[in-house]
Design a protein around this ligand. Structure first.
Ligand code: UDP
Length: 319
């Protein structure tokens, strides 16, 4: 065991990404030793530069589709491009990252007897016919569409987690992440929150896809990280899958109007075509997280957007 007091050695794959870097910060604050692995496809140095030189932080350029031999107590497996433009750039590699990445990280967990958490996604529900989506809903996913490399890759990763748990008695946790936003989002990832804020700050047209009536439920990053930590800390018999997200649902039109208001922007809202397989509505049912973890999100959309806008303002100022 590498435990000294309550401090653990923790691997975060995708640790230089949007969520991963916030998770590294939180684990360091808690006194742990953090090994951050990232192949830097969508991860960025800027997200972790404040940690370089930290005595308990180590960065490693590594692609999870290759095995990794390290000694750790816990693993958070976050590695995978998550925005449609990034994961569709090389769809075969996206599936490999989820599937081979899960196999490699589960293999590592098995060898060192580590507890391991998988960052799964609301995308495993596809374009849902049940609303809001409880964990028991099995989903409606197109297996051959443009989103399938991500959706089916993440579904298969969940399968692997549960088979390793049943077959090899690995301690697993599966978290299904719903739309999350906050500082360190990639400015060019095409996600709706980053797109709208960047467009509003630059004073260019805001691109509302389709009729703008499709909905999403946005969780502020700090709330999500609280959820991750709570899930990892629950008893070993709680494996999930568990939804972590904010149930307050907004249409994309409402989001666009709110961003324009908060940035005092002169941008106009214009319509653009809806991407293929774009889910009509999405909202987490978080009853399970409330009951088992005592977790629920605290940050309201307006408050979270204000903090995110501040981040993008600084980013544009520094460019
Ligand atoms: N969207 C939009 N304008 C944009 C980017 C996205 O209207 O500039 C819409 C998109 O069609 C979708 C929603 O916003 O309905 C959320 O898109 P995002 O890519 O952020 O997340 P996901 O579809 O994976 O939930």
């Amino acid at each position: 065991m590498r435990k000294y007091g309550l401090s653990k050695k923790i691997l975060v794959t995708g640790g230089a990404g949007f969520l991963g870097s916030h998770l590294c910060d939180r684990l360091l604050e808690q006194g742990h030793e953090v090994l951050c692995a990232d192949n830097m496809f969508t991860g960025s140095k800027r997200n972790i530069e404040h940690l370089s030189g930290h005595s308990r932080f180590e960065f490693m350029r590594h692609d999870v589709t290759f095995p990794l031999y390290v000694e750790v107590d816990e693993i958070y497996n976050l590695a995978c491009p998550a925005s449609p433009i990034h994961y569709q750039h090389d769809p075969v590699q996206t599936t490999k990252t989820s599937v081979h990445g899960a196999i490699n990280m589960l293999g590592l967990a098995k060898r060192v007897r580590a507890k391991i958490m998988q960052a799964s996604t609301s995308e495993i529900y596809g374009d849902p016919e049940v609303h809001p989506q409880p964990e028991s809903y099995l989903g409606k996913v197109n297996p051959i569409g443009h989103r399938s490399c991500y959706d089916e890759g993440k579904r298969c990763a969940e399968t692997l987690f549960f088979d390793y748990h049943r077959q090899h008695k690995i301690r697993v946790k599966v978290v299904r992440i719903f739309n999350t936003y906050g500082p360190r989002m990639h400015p060019n990832d095409g996600r709706v929150v980053s797109n709208f804020i960047m467009q509003a700050l630059r004073g260019v047209d805001i691109t509302l896809y389709g009729d703008g009536e499709q909905t999403r439920s946005f969780c502020y990053v700090d709330d999500l990280i609280d959820g991750f930590i709570k899930v990892m800390e629950t008893m070993d018999d709680f494996t999930g899958p568990v939804n972590i997200g904010n149930p307050s649902e907004f249409s994309m039109r409402q989001l666009a109007e709110l961003v324009v208001e908060l940035t005092n922007s002169r941008s106009k809202i214009v319509h653009a075509p809806l991407p293929p397989d774009d889910p009509r509505q999405r909202q987490p049912d978080i009853s399970l997280a409330r009951q088992t973890l005592g977790w629920e999100p605290k940050v309201k959309l307006r408050q979270g957007l204000e903090r995110t806008i501040q981040y993008f303002e600084q980013l544009l100022g520094a460019a």
